[in-house]
Ligand binder design. Structure first.
Ligand code: SF4
Length: 694
């Protein structure tokens, strides 16, 4: 289907799908991509790949791509193709008009975790320098923002602690709220290899994911907890570790604040937090919880890997900190084979966060209110910068419906499909006077746009991506942009039309600016990346060769911080009308909202989203496998086919969100993480009933 002939040249570049960051040889014949061959020297993948990176690149030349800019006066009018010059001038004048009419804080933007570090750095610079505010956010808002908050609070750094190779030194692997086989397949292969060598596995997940039982791999313990009870479960594990004195006192005394540990230990020791006491909440047998806690604490090197099943909850940040507490209490931090490892979703979501895409932080996670940091950027950029944190995505939408936020620049993110409560997103976008969407395709969000700027694919640009193990790798241009410009050039055109006078000739010059302004990236340069293949940040004078394992001699924040994390039930409740709990996830062949993979042969493997429902729940409702059902919540309803399976427990249903026909997020709620506003995608009370179809 995709391998179309004999190549005459090859370019090494990085996959644009998930946070594993596999590198490939893009084999070309002239300007035609012939095939993607996993690169054996790639440090993240070592010659391996999955069906997305290997086969699902046909979208880059798909007929649906929009290659000419378009504008329209209102969303009721048809699009009108215009020249790049006109589109850029119109974009700049609209943003300037809104600023002068409604004030500097009335506009903002969203960076893309699909774009390069250099491009996201430029978008946040455009907003801070040109828009004059900190109204910048990124898709991490809806995925791993609790990771940023939780790990920065406890360890001092908003990133995972290990490289992928570290798993080969683990004796016990705890996977919570992640499904690596589907979400991070190449890392999952390495993890399974370690399990086949004898490491023990604990899975905490409401579903019986593939890792629980697959050929040659079987979890020692699967704790199939009720969605929304992560904190109660992790506290019960801590209860066993503390009350049975399985903690590592010398590590805690040396590396952490002992008084904070003592407070935390007293809290978790309370009998109300024992595995027996929380069984009615979680639905998990206490003996299994006790056995899992003992294994994690005493089984040797113990490593935790987690995903969005941890973060996308009203207690997402608390859950991340509860995980960090466990690792510190047992001394499982600061060497190979241990650690706390978020499996980041998007190819460059780590990088987008590193590059200052948050409304409260510059690149390198430094707060906008910090005078020294702000002065550094003011000197570099020649303007006074706003010391007040800006608006997060949901707050921008709220402010729009309140009439005080009027314009937005959205690069490479389909918020209408990916963000929670679709009706709320639509209302916010509808209330704005200028919505600029830059993307490959006319996505769902573009239905609400006034200006559409065609984007470029990863094959059409130079730059870098940073994967889930903080590894910065080169993205190399293999063909000229079909739309005429790489995304970084388009941002520069907008900036200069707004009078900012940028003069970047190549993304390497943007990286020079990033390195100069960001201590953790001080040693990252293109010549080094080309010579060494990759660098894991921090890469600077203190760590010239980069940092595969963090917190070896001490935590970045100094002493590791234990945080008491009380379990607070979500406000999303089941009841007679909505008796089931919906949770969502991804499947191997597709990627997120499917904008790319649905335009490739991969879609044949998964042509539609289905609703997994337990046989007993299906029988109670008279449902048959493959029949249409209506999925209804307090927020909305959608229609999809049933898939009857005992992978989900009774009372729990599950679906993916790859197909716009389903619009799974029509039913998800407005509830979000208390610290970061990360939406609670993983817990929605729903009803399911038979349907005649859409
Ligand atoms: Fe590797 Fe992820 Fe790309 Fe698959 S999608 S090839 S695992 S980077």
């Amino acid at each position: 289907v995709v391998e179309t002939g004999t190549p005459d040249r090859a370019v090494v570049t990085t996959c644009a799908y998930c946070g594993v960051g596999c590198t490939f040889r893009a084999e070309m014949r002239g300007e035609e991509l012939v095939r993607m061959v996993p690169w054996k020297d790639g440090k993240a993948n070592r010659g391996h790949s999955c069906v997305k990176g290997r086969f699902a690149w046909g979208y880059a030349q798909h007929k649906d791509r929009i290659l000419k800019p378009m504008i329209r006066a209102s969303v009721d009018e048809p699009w009108r193709e215009v020249s790049w010059e006109k589109a850029i001038a119109h974009t700049a004048s609209e943003f300037r008009r809104i600023q002068s009419q409604y004030g500097a804080r009335s506009i903002g933007g969203i960076t893309s975790s699909r774009c390069t570090n250099e491009e996201t750095f430029l978008v946040q610079k455009l907003i801070r320098q040109g828009f004059g505010n900190n109204n910048v956010d990124t898709c991490a808002r809806v995925c791993h923002s609790p990771t940023g908050y939780g790990l920065k609070t406890t360890f001092g750094t908003s990133a995972g602690t290990q490289d992928f190779d570290s798993v080969m030194e683990a004796d016990v692997i705890l996977v919570i709220g992640a499904n690596p086989t589907d979400g991070h397949p190449v890392f999952a292969s390495r993890l399974k290899k370690r399990l086949r060598q004898g490491a023990k596995l604990i899975v905490i997940d409401p579903r019986r994911i593939d890792l629980v039982r697959s050929p040659h791999v079987e979890a020692e313990h699967h704790l199939p907890l009720r969605p929304g009870t992560n904190v109660a479960m992790l506290t019960a594990l801590a209860h066993v570790i503390v009350t049975e004195k399985l903690y590592d006192e010398s590590f805690i005394r040396e590396r952490c604040d002992w008084d904070e540990f003592a407070d935390w230990a007293e809290f978790v020791s309370d009998p109300s937090r024992s595995p027996e006491a929380i069984e009615p909440l979680t639905g998990v047998m206490p003996d299994e919880v006790r056995a899992a806690a003992r294994l994690y604490a005493t089984g040797g090197n113990a490593a935790i890997y987690y995903g969005l099943g941890v973060t996308e909850h009203s207690q997402g940040s608390s859950t991340v900190m509860a995980i960090a507490n466990l690792a510190m209490a047992t001394g499982n931090i600061g060497r190979e084979g241990v650690g706390v490892n978020p499996l980041r979703g998007q190819n460059n979501v780590q990088g987008a966060c590193d590059m200052g895409s948050f409304p409260h932080e510059y690149s390198g996670y430094r707060h906008v209110s910090d005078d020294d940091t702000r002065r550094l950027f003011e000197q570099a950029w020649g303007v006074a910068l706003d010391p007040e944190p800006g608006l997060r995505i949901p707050n921008m939408l709220d402010a729009a419906t309140d009439g005080v936020f009027k314009g937005i620049f959205i690069q490479g993110e389909d918020i209408l499909q990916s963000d929670p409560n679709t009706h709320h997103v639509a209302a916010g976008l509808s209330a704005m006077e200028c919505v600029v969407v830059q993307d490959l395709f006319l996505n769902e969000t573009a239905n609400y746009a006034h200006i559409f700027l065609p984007g470029s694919t990863f094959l059409e640009k130079d730059g870098t991506f940073t994967n889930a193990e903080r590894r910065v790798q080169r993205v190399r241009k293999v063909m000229a942009p079909l739309n005429g410009y790489a995304d970084w050039e388009i941002v520069q055109l907008v900036a200069n039309a707004m009078g900012l006078g940028w003069k970047y000739k190549h993304p390497s010059e943007i990286m020079e600016e990033i390195s100069a302004l960001t201590p953790t990236f001080a040693g990252v340069r293109y010549d080094r990346l080309d010579a060494e293949g990759s660098l894991q940040w921090p890469a600077n004078d203190s760590a010239p060769q980069g940092t595969p394992t963090m917190h070896i001699d001490g935590f970045v924040r100094g002493k590791g911080k234990f945080v008491v994390t009380s379990y607070i039930p979500t406000d999303e409740k089941t009841g007679p009308r909505f008796p089931l709990l919906l949770t969502t996830g991804r499947i191997l062949s597709h990627y997120n909202v499917g904008a790319q993979t649905r335009r490739t042969a991969n879609t044949a493997w998964h042509p539609e989203d289905r609703l997994e429902i337990h046989p007993s729940d299906a029988e109670n409702r008279g449902l048959k496998d493959g029949e249409w059902v209506t999925l209804r919540s307090r927020a909305g309803e959608t229609t999809l086919r049933a898939l009857i399976t005992d992978r989900v427990a009774p009372g729990v249903v599950y679906t993916t969100f790859h197909h716009p026909e389903t619009q799974a997020n029509v039913v998800t709620t407005d509830f979000s993480d208390w610290a970061t506003n990360c939406p609670e995608y993983k817990v929605t009370a729903v009803q399911v009933s038979a349907s005649n179809g859409p």
